[in-house]
Design a protein around this ligand. Structure first.
Ligand code: PEP
Length: 267
């Protein structure tokens, strides 16, 4: 069985005292060794102090991005080795905000964000630095309405994981995050999530073989809350959650951890 994994993407939220307070409350609630993997992903400037805040706890640290080159003239960027040096275990890559929200606008008015090619370079850099990449994929509402969901997911999986072999693919986590569900309060139904996850699993089987594909964890992300987490996490191909808004409150995040544990029959 794949070990479930729930991560909180804090994005550009929570100052340092608030991040420390959240982790301290989480630590108090998580007693013993949890049967799932848990991570928090603060903004990069806080990774070193947050590594201290989670020390000797079951909570692991993730970054929200990295740059694929090892070093050089890349002002403002952070390499995979630098991220690893802070104490990170994970790094989120290709989040939809980086694909569709952050970046210059093209002539058509759309943001020219990260491409699958960039994300594949970052994924390989993360693996070289012994980080576990959380590679985000997901369709926009226009793509879903046009019946293109599966084609988009296939293209993103193929492109973002280009250059990986079966052995390294098993170290990757995929996050299926429909763009229309992120930060909107509108989550995918369990059926929509399971359909997308089954499709992704199928592409992974084609690409890396059954054994590797069965080992890859696929998180669901998009308005996961304590009250919808149980049914989403019960889906057989949903192996946990990438949580944005609800990870900013210890009680809500803990509620999602509990729901995940219960949904998977682990406690
Ligand atoms: C996210 O940003 O990865 C996310 C899933 O956000 P939210 O839970 O707020 O929709």
């Amino acid at each position: 069985m794949r070990r479930p994994f729930v991560a909180g993407n804090w994005k550009m939220n929570l100052d340092l005292p608030a991040g420390r307070a959240l982790v301290s409350e989480l630590r108090a609630r998580i007693t013993g060794a949890p049967p799932i993997d848990i991570a928090v992903c603060p903004t990069s400037i806080y990774l070193f102090p947050m590594a201290k805040a989670i020390a000797d706890s079951p909570i692991r640290l993730g970054a929200q991005n990295l740059w694929h080159e090892a070093h050089g003239a890349f002002t403002g960027e952070v390499s995979a080795a630098m991220v690893r040096e802070t104490g990170c275990t994970y790094v989120i890559l290709g989040h939809s905000e980086r694909r569709h929200t952050i970046g210059p606008k093209g002539a058509d008015g759309r943001v020219q964000g990260e491409t699958d090619e960039m994300i594949s370079k970052k994924t390989q850099a993360a693996l070289r630095a012994e980080l576990i990449p959380i590679v985000c994929v997901g369709e926009t509402l226009a793509e879903r309405d046009a019946g293109q969901t599966e084609a988009v997911l296939s293209r993103q999986i193929e492109g973002s994981l280009a250059g990986l072999d079966a052995a390294s693919s098993a170290r990757v986590v995929i996050a299926y995050e429909p763009v229309w569900a992120i930060g909107t309060g509108r989550n995918a139904t369990p059926e929509q999530a399971q359909d997308a996850h089954r499709h992704i699993r199928g592409r992974l089987v084609e690409r890396f073989g059954k054994a590797a594909a069965e080992a890859i964890r696929i998180q669901y992300g998009g308005s996961v809350k304590p009250d919808n987490a149980l049914t989403l996490m019960k889906c057989p191909d949903v192996d946990g959650a990438l949580v944005g808004g609800a990870s900013l409150k210890a009680g809500d995040f803990y509620g999602i951890l509990e729901a995940c544990i219960r949904a998977k029959g682990l406690g």
